[in-house]
Design a protein around this ligand. Structure first.
Ligand SMILES: *Cc1c(COP(=O)(O)O)cnc(C)c1O
Length: 469
């Protein structure tokens, strides 16, 4: 499989190189040159497969030529073997024909484990083969950081540096990062906000001289491997609910547009999906595009669903590329106008096409709490605020009661006690067994000033398993 850039100017890469790449050299994002397409018979024949075996069948075409089948199978078995639920991604029924796909049974209790557990193992495999080492520098407002550290903690050939805004992530989220020790694990608390952290990561990708020749790898969802891993659970859910003979709808709590883009790909690969609903919080750039053809940056609002607090959705460029007939020059021009003017609209027929593919809704904090309370009353289930946004959007945007509606359950509610408390849910939530003593564990973290040079000096001092690069 070859991968091409959404801006048309960077060289095509194979899977191995795309795994190790950040942005393409032209500033674009990598996408498969040709998407595999499965027949209905083929998909139907996967019913009942364990998650890791289904994962092998869905993802195999993407890694062909880079990873031999036997090795890939072994990696997948290991990856999904660490999940605490035997079904890996179980469905829980909330209502008539309404289901939550629980994607929070991985080590850090959010769906990001599906991709980052795999990414860590793939990196180690590829780097071992090449005899190389890499450095990861990532920014997190919460879920990505812990999932990335958990995914990479056993990697022999990866040193991981995660920047989080000092005193601005929840205690559970911080401790999920800072209580993991290893000579290749480095938590840095920046005296600044999340945007400051992200700017430092971007600047480090732009000028990597401080790494003395060591390669920098991306762990956010611009990395293609993350999207790829997320395609699998759409197939998994549909097969549980009578697909592909019957079509299924999905409502997806959305920030950077990575998770729902994987659903869009699943549909293009042959899975019958009826509706794909983009569910956002008050940071609603995607809903504003879907409902009014305005993709315009606005100020960032802090919400009860912090993992969806974004101003701009980086993966949206991948959809725009398809909407524009995969014309890289058109995307480069569009992104240029976005950078200069802070927004754009697309031609009417392209927008109409987007509207055919997606429905959308923006849900505020009050509605989020109402939904948590409502579902608790109806079922006794406690939803996390992100999942609640998905449920609200599903209930508002649903077109047919005959088609199963699956809401992606993106996080465990115990990670977001503020929202659950605000919703007035009386039930105390307990951390799962493997994290039961989280609040008593020792922490390790370095506080650094909001200064790029200081951060880069720290990375080059510690980037080789704690020793200088
Ligand atoms: C990351 C995250 C999201 C948003 O996913 P995107 O792929 O960025 O759209 C939603 N919910 C939770 C809990 C997350 O951690």
């Amino acid at each position: 499989m070859r991968y091409i850039s959404t801006r048309g100017q960077a060289p095509a890469l194979n899977f191995e190189d795309v795994l190790l790449a950040g942005l393409a050299t032209d500033g674009g994002l990598y996408v498969p040159e040709n998407l595999p397409r499965f027949t209905q018979e083929e998909i139907a024949s996967w019913a009942g497969l364990p998650y890791h075996e289904l994962a092998f069948r869905v993802m195999r075409p993407f890694v062909t030529g880079s990873i031999p089948d036997a090795d890939f199978k072994k990696i997948l078995e290991e990856t999904y073997g660490v999940f605490s639920h035997n079904a890996v991604a179980p469905l829980r029924q909330l209502n008539g024909n309404e289901w939550v796909l629980e994607l929070f049974h991985g080590p850090t209790l959010a769906f990001k484990d599906f991709a980052l557990q795999l990414l860590g193992r793939l990196l180690d495999y590829v780097l071992e083969k090449r005899g190389e080492r890499v450095v990861i520098v990532g920014a997190t407002s919460g879920d990505t950081g812990s999932a990335a550290i958990e995914g990479c903690k056993h990697c022999e050939n990866v040193d991981i540096f995660i920047l989080h805004p000092h005193n601005r992530v929840s205690e559970v989220q911080r401790r999920q990062m800072t209580t993991l020790f290893g000579e290749n694990i480095h938590n840095i608390a920046i005296e600044g906000n999340f945007d400051d952290c992200q700017e430092m990561v971007k600047a480090s990708f732009a000028d990597q001289s401080f790494l003395k020749g060591t390669r920098l790898v991306a762990v956010n969802s611009i990395n293609w491997a993350r999207i790829m891993a997320q395609i699998v659970y759409y197939f998994h859910a549909a097969l549980q609910l009578g697909g592909p003979a019957r079509s299924v709808s999905f409502s997806v709590p959305t920030g950077n547009f990575g998770d729902i883009f994987a659903g869009y790909l699943a549909r293009n690969m042959g899975l019958p999906i009826n509706q794909l609903i983009v569910a956002t919080n008050r940071n609603d750039i995607l809903h504003r595009f879907m409902s009014g053809n305005h993709y315009v940056k606005e100020t960032l609002h802090a919400t009860l669903s912090p993992s969806m607090d974004i101003m701009v959705s980086s993966n949206f460029e991948r959809l725009l590329f398809d909407l524009h007939g995969r014309n890289g020059a058109a995307i480069a021009a569009l992104m240029d106008s976005f950078r200069q003017g802070g927004g754009f609209s697309v031609e009417q027929e392209r927008w109409t096409e987007a509207r055919k593919l997606f429905d959308s809704l923006a849900v505020d904090d009050a509605q989020t709490c109402e939904t948590i309370a409502e579902v608790y009353e109806q079922t006794g289930e406690v939803l996390d605020p992100h999942t609640a946004i998905g449920v609200k959007a599903a209930r508002e945007c649903r077109r047919s009661l005959d088609i199963p509606m699956v809401i992606l359950g993106t996080a465990h509610p115990v990670k977001f006690p503020d929202a659950v408390e605000k919703a007035g849910v009386g039930r105390a939530l307990e951390l799962p067994v493997h994290l039961a003593d989280l609040l008593e564990r020792d922490e390790r973290c370095t506080v650094l000033p909001n200064d790029l040079k200081a951060v880069q000096a720290f990375v080059s001092q510690h980037g080789n398993r704690g020793k200088p690069l």
